[in-house]
Design a protein. Sequence first.
Length: 336
Amino acid sequence: VWSTLLLLAASCLVLAVFARPAAAAPRQPVPIILDTDIGDDIDDTWALAMLLQRPEVDVRLIVTALNDTHAKTRLVAKMLDRLGRTDIPIGTGVRTSSQPLNQARWLGRFSLSSYEGVVHPDGVAALITSVHESAEPITIVAIGAHTNLAEALKRDPSIAQKARLVAMAGSIHIGYGGLKKRSAEVNVISDIEAFQTTLAAPWPSVWAPLDSCGTVALSAEEFAPIRASKHPAARLVVENYDLWANRGTVLGEGTSILYDTVAAYLAYDGSLCQMADVAVRVDDQGYTIPDEQGRVVSCALGWRNRKNFIHHLVETFTSSAIAETGAAAGKPGNAG
Ligand SMILES: [Ca+2]
């Protein structure tokens, strides 16, 4: 009997030792490529500055999208210069028009001639290379039209086997302004064919549709600590916001809607959002319609804790721990 009991006790001890949860291994940062139409609406500037602060991600490449992508590349370069992140290469995406940037005043005459970082004139080629060079599957965060991505898939469809797409895209049940009516969302209608191409690609897709991101804005009270912050990323977004051509269209002292920050967040976490798999198709008018025959996309259809997301956003731009490591605080750009 005693030997049986001893054996039992010994096995319990062994079980107890092995059942102990292993110490949580530190999570590796998520490698990402940001494909952005920065320079039109101001939310891309917030999303870019946000991603550069987050330890959860490793930004490997930034590609500019839509309209005057050459000017947009200069805009990104000036931002990286300001934030001491010229280590991140920039790729100039497909130029679709010469429309002037809404952040032209902040950009000023900043020139690439004295820029320290790498600029790839063919951003689509740089994106393809970056996908293949990554040891682990890379996350493409698309916060503009999908023109570059469709072109990349056309040149090399195999990238869809090695990447995951996280996009600010579409409108499933809720449209602009929080209305319970589906909208044709801007990133889709800017290039519907490209969007149909990226939806058909076999990579896993995650969307922040208007359903969750369409009403995310900071109130004056929530924006105040960012306005007051000496954090270089906070100063960057505030300066850009105040000089943004559309600033006058936003009433009050809060921010405009920060759609793209939700897609940026979904690149490394989704726990604050209400996620659901939705089979969806894109019609020729740019509506993203639930359809059993469609492709399954993981969509942020709402919020589990919207308040905490706003807090996360404010903290990203004001945390002193992050600010202290933010290099180049106060480093002037080469043209202002
Ligand atoms: Ca955008």
